[in-house]
Each structure stands twice: as structure tokens, then as C-alpha cells.
Design a protein around this ligand. Structure first.
Ligand code: SF4
Length: 434
């Protein structure tokens, strides 16, 4: 039974795809720190790679990603040249240390580039790094998908595809500037499965303009029928002052906080009833998916793409705005494509901001990760009194409970998970002992 407590949800809190969050990145941390972190990588350390393609065929009005219209071919070619240069710079610095277990292409829309360019990029990564049959995943815009893409992805041993579906309701698609009929998504899914790619993720959204509960219910009907292996159900965040393209969205048409809560609750109820395993606060995995196994075994992790079973301690990001993460450092590349190209063109690492993560922040990061990913965090005895004090409202309202020294978010408290976790945040929290 999920109860609505607007007072507990009133405070805006981050999504915590990392901790510390990008808001804590500063410009006195950058390329030199990144170089030192790369130099310190031990041989055979598991590493995940992320490659950012900041282009899309057309831009959706709600989108908060660092992306722009693909436009001229020369622009894409220049960016790909820079990406290859950055890969070479990082590979040289690593000198064969580290073992690549996963490669993810995201954006933007990686299918804004030609299929052959994706294959070339992937080949380069496999050649210059120590990588043996890594898991390869890619985000795709279904609107730019063709059967050629299915063929190429299968031939390149891509193991997982994430499709931006968002909603099947035509009037909501109209209101967010993203038209993609259900029949087209059905064709994309069929084409991928025909080529043997069954690990298909759907990204869905609630809180969209004009989206009623019935619209989400109907989208969930079709989603469950198509049986993707993972579903992410994200809440739309309307921030037109920070994201100018969102000004095209009619704010008067957005669901209020109560309806948003009901939509998230509906998604949880419907997907759980359909056999999906809830993961974190907004992901769902089919019982046969590795993420469901990770949820059962309490080893879900969180990275910049959401909840994952990936447990590599190091993530290296390539491309404009890409983020790299080490146990004691997070750095972000230059966000704008032009200056990014200039940096790597000069043979330099492209990191221009970031944050050091000391032992205390690492401890907070573990608590935040454990709460968001697995719904429980083990505290030290010294931490418990101030945590109990800070979380008393959540406890009174039945959102959390204590199991010895473990702080537990109850199933009915999932939607409050970020707010509970925020109490452990060194910048926004109020648990002094942590
Ligand atoms: S396709 Fe995806 S990345 Fe591109 S604009 Fe739309 S939501 Fe953003």
C-alpha cells in the first residue's frame, strides 16, 4: 500500500546517478587528476567504457541530454575523428592495464551516425584496449532505426539495445515533439529479435504533458505485450530555465504532483503484476534478465545510465560531456563539441571539471547507493542515532524501518528512496555523524 506524503517529497533532490553529483563538480579538478587516476589503474582491473554520441536526427522537446541536431555530415565526421583521438590518448595512458568488460554507446542517439561508423568505433575499442567479448549495449532512437541497423548490431555482437519509447499515446507524443507509432516500435522489436537480440530495454516516461492515468495504463498494456527484458519508467522533470528546449512544452498541461505519484504507483503495480522484478525506484527487469538476478542477490549498482548489474570499479567515458569515474575521483569531459575537439586534437585529455571523493564521501556514496539500489543500508553504531533523528518523519509515516543496524526502505516507500538517500548527502543531508 503506497501512501502519498507530499511533505516528504517537497524537497527537490538529485537522481544520484553518481555521488557526489555533477552539481558538485568544480573546475579545479580536471585533466591532470584524470591522468593520475589512469596511471594508477592496476593490471586486469575491470573497466566499463561509455561512448557518448551527442547527436539526434530530431530533438525531442522534453530531452535533458547533452545532444544536438545531427545536421551536416562533416560535423559528425569531425566528432568521430575527435572520439577516435580521445580513445587513442586514453589507451596510450593505460598502456594495456585494465580489462574491459562492458562497452555502452549512449547519447543523444548513437544511431544518428552511420552503422559502419559504429562498427569502426567498436573495432577500435576492441583493438586498443584489453577486451575479450565484452557486453556491448547501445541506446537507439527507434525513429532512425532500419533493418540494416539490426543486421549490423547482430554482426557486431551487440548484446543489449535500449529503445526510447516514452509513451504510446499519440496526443502525448504530439505534446513532447516525438511522434513514433506503436506499429513502428513493434517492427523494431521484431527486427532485433529476428537477428537474435532479445535483451531489449524500453525507456518509458510518466509526468508528461497531457498524460492521464489511462494513457500510461494503455502504454503499459502494450509494453507488457511486447515483453522487453528491462523497463525504465522515468518521471519527466520540467526545468525550462535550465533546459531551454523544454519551453515548447505547455507547463499548464503537466500532471500535478499527486497525479505523478499515482502514475509511478500504477507503473509499479502493473509491471510487478506482469512478473517484472522492481529494481531500484524506477527500473523493472524480466525474471530471466541478469538485472533481476542482481536484484535478488542484493548487488544492483547505479551509474550514469541508471540501475545496472555492472560492478566494475572504473568507468571511462569518451566524448563531449562524458563522465569518468574512479573510486576516489569523478571527472567530466568538456561539454561542447567544438572545444572538446580542440582539446583532444592537441593530444590532451578532455576532462575539465570533476570532484575528488575522499574516504568520508565514499562512505556516504555507499549508503546512498545501497539505499537506492537495494533498499537497505548498514550503518555503523555511531551513525544510527543521528540517522534515526533525521529520518523520524519517514519512519513515522511507514516509509522506512530499522532491522538492527540496517536502515530499510519498505516496498511501499520506494518512491521516497531518493529523499531518504538525500539525508546522507554531505551537501544536502542532515545526518551529521555520517
Ligand atoms: S532521441 Fe533521445 S537523446 Fe535525442 S532528443 Fe530525443 S530524447 Fe533526447
Amino acid at each position: 500500500m503506497w501512501s502519498y506524503h507530499p511533505d516528504l517529497l517537497a524537497r527537490p533532490v538529485p537522481r544520484y546517478t553518481s555521488y557526489p553529483t555533477a552539481m558538485e563538480f568544480a573546475e579545479d579538478v580536471g585533466a591532470d587528476d584524470y591522468a593520475q587516476a589512469l596511471d594508477a589503474v592496476e593490471p586486469a582491473t575491470p573497466i566499463s567504457l561509455y561512448v557518448h554520441i551527442p547527436f539526434c536526427e530530431s530533438i525531442c522537446w522534453y530531452c535533458g541530454c547533452n545532444t544536438g541536431a545531427a545536421g551536416r555530415k562533416q560535423r559528425l565526421d569531425d566528432y568521430l575523428t575527435a572520439l577516435r583521438a580521445e580513445v587513442a590518448i586514453v589507451a596510450k595512458r593505460l598502456g594495456g592495464r585494465g580489462r574491459i568488460r562492458r562497452i555502452a554507446f549512449g547519447g543523444g542517439s548513437p544511431n544518428a551516425i552511420a552503422p559502419v561508423e559504429l562498427v569502426r568505433l567498436l573495432d577500435l575499442l576492441l583493438i586498443v584496449f584489453d577486451a575479450h567479448r565484452p557486453d556491448v549495449s547501445i541506446e537507439l532512437d527507434p525513429r532512425g532505426f532500419s533493418s540494416e541497423w539490426a543486421l549490423v548490431l547482430a554482426a557486431a555482437h551487440v548484446t543489449r539495445v535500449s529503445l526510447g519509447v516514452q509513451t504510446f499515446a499519440p496526443h502525448v507524443q504530439q505534446a513532447i515533439g516525438r511522434i513514433q507509432p506503436l506499429s513502428h516500435i513493434e517492427r523494431v522489436v521484431a527486427a532485433l529479435r529476428l537477428r537474435g537480440i532479445d535483451a531489449i530495454n524500453f525507456d518509458l516516461m510518466f509526468g508528461l504533458p497531457g498524460q492521464e492515468l489511462a494513457d500510461l495504463d494503455a502504454t503499459l498494456d502494450e509494453t507488457i505485450r511486447l515483453m522487453p527484458s528491462r523497463i525504465a519508467l522515468f518521471g519527466y522533470a520540467h526545468l525550462p530555465d535550465m533546459i531551454p528546449r523544454q519551453r515548447r512544452i505547455d507547463a499548464a498541461n503537466l500532471p500535478d504532483a499527486r497525479l505523478r505519484f499515482d502514475q509511478a504507483r500504477l507503473g509499479y503495480r502493473r509491471l510487478k503484476a506482469a512478473g517484472y522484478i522492481p529494481v531500484g525506484f524506477d527500473h523493472f527487469a524480466r525474471a530471466d534478465d541478469p538485472l533481476a538476478a542482481a536484484a535478488r542477490e542484493g548487488r544492483v549498482n547505479r551509474n550514469f545510465q541508471g540501475f545496472t548489474e555492472d560492478d566494475a570499479p572504473i568507468l571511462i567515458g569518451f566524448g563531449a560531456s562524458a563522465i569518468s569515474k574512479f573510486p576516489n575521483l569523478i571527472v567530466q569531459n568538456e561539454k561542447k563539441s567544438g572545444p572538446y575537439r580542440d582539446l583532444v586534437g592537441e593530444g590532451r585529455l578532455a576532462a575539465v571539471r570533476g570532484v575528488h571523493v575522499d574516504a568520508r564521501e565514499q562512505r556516504r556514496a555507499v549508503h546512498i547507493r545501497d539505499l537506492l539500489c537495494n533498499g537497505r543500508a548498514h550503518l555503523d553504531a555511531a551513525e544510527i542515532p543521528s540517522a534515526q533523528d533525521a529520518l523520524s518523519d519517514f519512519e513515522q509515516k511507514g516509509v522506512i524501518e530499522w532491522d538492527g543496524e540496517a536502515l530499510v526502505i519498505r516496498d511501499c516507500g520506494l518512491l521516497y528512496a531518493r529523499h531518504v538517500a538525500a539525508c546522507f548527502d554531505g551537501t544536502r543531508g542532515n545526518i551529521a555523524a555520517v
